[in-house]
Design a protein around this ligand. Structure first.
Ligand code: ADP
Ligand code: TRP
Length: 325
């Protein structure tokens, strides 16, 4: 049996990058025979940047609704909020004490902000250790993530390996990252990686009018309408390619190259493909958001199961550290 695990931070609403980079690949793995999946909402990670309880709760609910709308089967698997298994913070402390400072100094999320240290809290600095705990506390074998998380997975493996080596015992399972080459990094409306923290997301669950506006915001160059355009450097085309059928992608490619085809038209086609492709999920998402009790009961059920596994692993760690009860 392989254990699959992944999390999404509730620092914002779920977006197309989360869906293509984590939710769909995760669900696909969860449906394979003999796999058991643990999918969670990383609400402890979210308070690194968002200090607003109501907002974190709202985002947590929306991310949970997104998992469910895309069909995650919570009866056969485990669905939970990270904060509801608070023992993960205990493990984080143990791992903190085994993690070299320079490893954390090297983490992208910290490095990006290291020229303005006054804005960096200790949570951001030790973020990869909490993530390592998330993974190691459940003996996860496979972690489906976007490319941006590759470094964190390497750190998790390093931490696990050196812990096992130091105590000369196989305390932790070494997890493997699973990164889908095709959707490694979904671009945002500005062409950078789509991320809650860059304000460049596409929220496929928005009402139609707002979704259209969201798509129309995608940045393009200023090539005039009549001139041929390069599909391979265009954000609209890059997103379309991830969603439309190969035949439609080919058609759009030819339209770009032929000239007399404007970015406005390309955006309209992208908008339509989103509506078409995600019609069922959009409806289900709204239904769930209006029925928070359904979401809550699925999470509560998962949290009980997650805690059982987590505590079992934690006991192994406490034992080698001399803290067993
Ligand atoms: P964000 O960057 O918006 O805060 P998260 O860090 O919560 O997103 O990411 C949750 C999951 O979604 C991770 O597996 C991450 O790799 C994936 N993901 C986020 N953004 C993208 C993207 N632009 N392309 C591919 N995967 C992504
Ligand atoms: N750090 C991840 C992100 O921002 C979210 C996350 C937290 C995660 N813990 C995890 C992903 C464990 C995979 C496994 O994308």
């Amino acid at each position: 049996m392989a254990r699959i695990l992944t999390g999404i931070t509730s620092s914002g609403k779920p977006h197309l990058g989360n869906i293509l980079g984590a939710i769909l690949p995760g669900i696909e793995l969860s449906e394979q025979k003999n796999n058991e999946s643990l999918f969670f909402i990383a609400d402890l990670h979210s308070i690194i940047s968002v200090k607003d309880a109501a907002l974190v709760k709202e985002h947590t609910k929306a991310i949970a609704a997104a998992w469910l709308a895309f069909g995650f089967n919570t009866d056969n698997n485990i669905f939970y909020r990270q904060s509801r298994i608070p023992e993960v913070t205990e493990l984080t402390w143990y791992l903190n004490c085994h993690t070299p400072f320079p490893m954390l100094q090297n983490a992208h999320a910290f490095k990006e902000k290291s020229n303005k240290l006054a804005d960096v809290n200790a949570g951001l600095f030790t973020y990869p250790v909490l993530m390592a705990s998330d993974i190691l506390m459940y003996d996860a074998n496979i972690v489906p993530v976007g490319k941006d998380q590759q470094q964190h997975l390497e750190m998790t493996r390093d931490i696990a390996r050196s812990f096992n080596h130091y105590y000369n015992e196989e305390i932790f399972v070494l997890p493997e990252a699973k990164i889908d080459e095709e959707v490694m990094t979904v671009p945002g409306t500005d062409g950078q990686k789509m991320s809650k923290s860059y304000g460049n997301t596409i929220d496929v669950f928005l009402p139609e009018k707002q979704l259209r506006k969201n798509v129309m915001r995608i940045v393009t160059d200023s090539t005039p309408l009549e001139e041929p355009k390069n599909p391979d450097t265009c954000n609209v085309f890059a997103l379309y390619k991830l969603l439309a059928s190969p035949a439609r992608v080919e058609e759009m490619r030819n339209n770009y190259k032929g000239g007399n085809y404007g970015y406005g038209t390309a955006k309209q086609e992208l908008y339509e493909v989103i509506l078409e492709k995600y019609a069922k999920e959009r409806a289900l998402f709204n239904e769930l958001m209006n029925n928070p009790d359904t979401i809550e009961s699925k999470l509560l059920q998962g949290e009980e199961k997650a805690r059982e596994i987590g505590i079992h692993v934690l006991k192994r760690v406490r034992k080698v550290l001399g803290f067993n009860r």
